[in-house]
Design a protein around this ligand. Structure first.
Ligand SMILES: NC(=O)c1ccc[n+]([C@@H]2O[C@H](COP(=O)([O-])OP(=O)(O)OC[C@H]3O[C@@H](n4cnc5c(N)ncnc54)[C@H](OP(=O)(O)O)[C@@H]3O)[C@@H](O)[C@H]2O)c1
Length: 309
């Protein structure tokens, strides 16, 4: 019997990993470590799995949360604060070592090994620490969520009626992948009996798309005769124009994402996810249509803010 401990199950990715893992292994083999002050989700509570309290910022809580398990999933801490993020990941890795976890799975991000993107730096530091920890680990570089597209596409809001999207680089492509597909693929990796030890895996979409192409797809989906275009601007202009929507503290480091795009860091496609799922991946067009419909009907309010933490 293998005992699994999952963190992050109240979140967008972790909830999907849980939903899929419980179809692959018995509920009695899963323990969920929950930080969220509101407790576990109804889905987790009704599944019958054991629930423990675990907070990355309280190392003692992690010792009891992770005790007795073989495999630990660390869902990366959601923050743009580099030091805090790395510290929390290190806390989880150190606790895993103390309690004798055999295999850690860490959800990293799809940028390159030598990425210039600010958002990737905490992942690279964590990956390094994990590799040097002496523990068996699998680093899962999760592709860019299809659902996070407004963050990359100039914080586009269809209700504003602005048809020009300001970006910093127009030719870089992104191999978008939806969270449902990532959750399923990640669960299959965790549940695998053998394999993936001490490997860095990439779960990507299968079709890198440029912003020009992206604008064309958005134009086709939006009602009315809208023609969305992209305009490349300087970093200062980008920051100035988006200050009402996001803080300078987010926008400056976020600009480095476009530098990474210029280096084709998010274009890389790996067939692994499709192989794991044994079916086609969900096309970005479907996610876009669903989200734009929801935004236009008010249901998607805050779609950008959701990812700009
Ligand atoms: N691949 C992409 O394109 C992409 C896009 C956006 C974000 N991300 C990053 O990917 C990771 C997962 O994303 P997500 O969308 O699932 O994020 P999310 O919905 O914000 O969930 C993140 C999880 O973080 C956990 N957490 C927060 N504070 C914690 C603490 N003190 N101790 C332990 N756990 C804590 C929560 O776990 P509990 O369930 O225990 O409360 C929560 O479920 C995050 O790091 C996020 O920044 C990736």
């Amino acid at each position: 019997m293998t005992r699994y401990i999952l963190t992050g199950t109240t979140g967008a990715l972790g909830s999907r990993i849980f939903r899929n893992l419980i179809r692959l292994v018995p509920a009695s083999d899963i323990v969920v470590s929950v930080y969220n002050p509101s407790g576990a989700t109804e889905e987790v509570k009704s599944s019958g799995v054991e629930i423990r309290k675990g907070d990355f910022e309280d190392p003692a809580s992690l010792d009891s949360a992770f005790a007795g398990a073989d495999k630990l999933l660390i869902v990366s801490y959601p923050s743009i604060a580099h030091e805090l993020r790395v510290r929390n990941h290190i806390s989880a890795i150190d606790a895993a070592k103390r309690v004798g976890i055999k295999h850690i799975y860490y959800t990293s991000l799809a940028f390159a090994d030598d990425s210039v993107a600010a958002v990737m730096q905490a992942h690279l530091d964590t990956e390094k620490y994990l590799k040097e920890s002496g523990l068996t680990c699998t680093i899962i570089r999760e592709g860019i969520y299809s659902e996070s597209w407004p963050l990359y596409f100039g914080f586009f809001d269809p209700k504003e009626g602005k048809d020009e999207v300001l970006i910093l680089y127009s030719d870089g492509k992104i191999a978008w992948v939806c969270r449902d597909d990532l959750g399923e693929g990640t669960a299959k990796i965790i549940a695998a009996d053998v394999g993936y030890e001490n490997q860095t895996l990439l779960l990507s979409g299968d079709k890198p798309i440029s912003f020009v192409e992206f604008a064309r797809i958005v134009s086709q989906i939006l009602p009315g005769d809208r023609h969305i275009t992209v305009k490349v601007v300087s970093e200062d202009e980008y920051v100035k124009n988006n200050l009402g929507k996001q803080s300078k503290e987010l926008l400056r480091p976020w600009s480095t994402t476009y530098k990474a795009l210029e280096r084709a860091e998010l274009e890389k496609v790996d067939p692994l996810l499709k192989t794991l799922l044994g079916r086609e991946l969900r096309p970005i067009e479907e996610t876009l249509k669903e989200m734009l419909d929801a935004q236009l009907g008010d249901g998607g309010k805050g779609a950008t803010a959701r990812y700009a933490k």
